[in-house]
Design a protein around this ligand. Structure first.
Ligand code: CO
Length: 394
């Protein structure tokens, strides 16, 4: 049942560039696994148990779907990862660019516990504290983990995982940069096609098409928000059949998925001259966005970023219409750490990526939001997104 795939690099003929890409990718994975080993020690975990999802992909480079068949990886400080998976997924596991112990099971669910038992025994896990992802591990996986490690104590591994994932490596930053580029090109092509009288859904469908044409996976980070007129005042509007009228604000919140790494942007447009107040709140929001970007650098707290944006909006008199936090971490999930909230005194570090997205929402009338994707650098920060931030009249 257990197999140790041999080093396959010598047997697969690769072009020069691909070989270079592959080896830098496997270096990135190896370095994430090393950092995890240190982190497990620091948090006092004998193991971290992760089911299919973004964290498993982050730590292994392997993509597994969440399904009725559990896929669970066991990471310990000093052994190779142990992976329990259905037999039909073994092909994927054999392509892992690192030493991996696999424990596969067949179609009969009655045989699955056995695979977990052998994996946990082989990993020497079962007596200490096991970290799990509270938001991902399901009852399905939990029952097998408990069955295989009945003496172990299960604890949230959230902090342990976030401490790794929130600092992006070079490979991740490059993927995110490209995801931002895809999103920007897609919206630029979309707005050229917008005519008054088009519905939010029609505009959204054009945007989705353009995202995929510009290189995004069709598995978008989220359904784009395309909100016209009063719908723009709903921060989580869903595209409807409402048609865009002359002079109305059109708010678009969209992102691309580049090999599992996301972008998440918001801009506002109008077809023809918008109202005075629309222009005013768009200007204030862009100023708030700029103020927050200007203070983002290592050593500044997430709360300071929120306050920088909020102060501008409060001073303008629209404070009570900025109804949400200023931003959220971004990477392999649309919302991840660090959260840019006023009460979060966590300090920014180089390699963190997050959104800055202040907004002003006048219910029943109009709403605006200006959202950028930020990277904290060694000496400051960089906005990965650069397209025009003021309300663009089409
Ligand atoms: Co966002």
């Amino acid at each position: 049942m257990q197999s140790h795939p041999a080093d396959r690099r010598s047997t697969i003929p690769l072009g020069l560039n691909l070989e270079k890409d592959m080896s830098s990718h496997s270096n990135a994975i190896a370095s994430r696994q090393n950092r995890l080993s240190d982190s497990l020690g620091a948090f006092g975990f004998e193991a971290l148990v992760v089911n299919a999802g973004p964290t498993l992909t982050y730590l292994t480079g392997l993509h597994f779907h969440v399904s009725e068949r559990p896929v669970v990886a066991v990471f310990t400080p000093d052994m190779q990862p142990h992976l329990v998976l259905p037999s039909l997924e073994m092909g994927k596991a054999s392509r892992a660019p690192f030493d991996l112990a696999t424990f596969n099971y067949g179609e009969d669910p009655k045989s699955w516990q056995k695979a977990f038992d052998i994996a946990f025994e082989s990993a020497g896990v079962g007596a200490g504290t096991i970290g799990v992802e509270p938001g991902s591990l399901r009852f399905l996986e939990l029952q097998y983990v408990k069955g295989a490690a009945s003496d172990a104590k299960l604890k949230s591994g959230q902090e342990c995982i976030a401490s790794l994932r929130k600092i992006k490596d070079i490979e991740e930053v490059a993927l995110m940069r490209e995801a931002v580029h895809m999103a920007e090109s897609a919206v630029e092509a979309t707005v050229q096609a917008i005519k008054p009288g088009m519905s939010e859904k029609e505009i959204a469908s054009e945007l989705v098409l353009q995202l995929i044409r510009n290189g995004s996976s069709s598995d978008l980070p989220f359904e784009p928000i395309v909100a016209a007129g009063p719908n723009s005042a709903d921060p989580h509007a869903v595209p409807s059949s409402r048609r865009l009228a002359h002079g109305e604000v059109l708010l678009i919140d969209w992102g691309a998925n580049n090999d599992g790494y996301y972008s998440d942007l918001t801009r506002v447009f109008s077809f023809g001259e918008p109202s005075e107040e629309s222009l005013r709140i768009a200007e204030v929001t862009a100023e708030a966005n700029a103020a927050a970007r200007a203070v983002a650098r290592p050593g500044v707290s997430a709360g300071d970023i929120d306050r920088a944006a909020r102060d501008v909006i409060v001073k303008s008199g629209y404070g009570k219409y900025f109804t949400h936090r200023t931003g959220h971490g971004l990477g392999i999930e649309v919302h991840e750490e660090p959260y840019i909230r006023g009460d979060n005194e966590e300090l920014l570090e180089p390699g963190m990526t997050f959104t800055i997205e202040p907004g002003i929402y006048l219910a029943g009338n109009v709403g605006v939001r200006v959202e950028d994707d930020m990277l904290v650098t060694d000496s400051g920060s960089e906005s990965l997104s650069t397209i025009e931030r003021s309300l663009t009249i089409l």
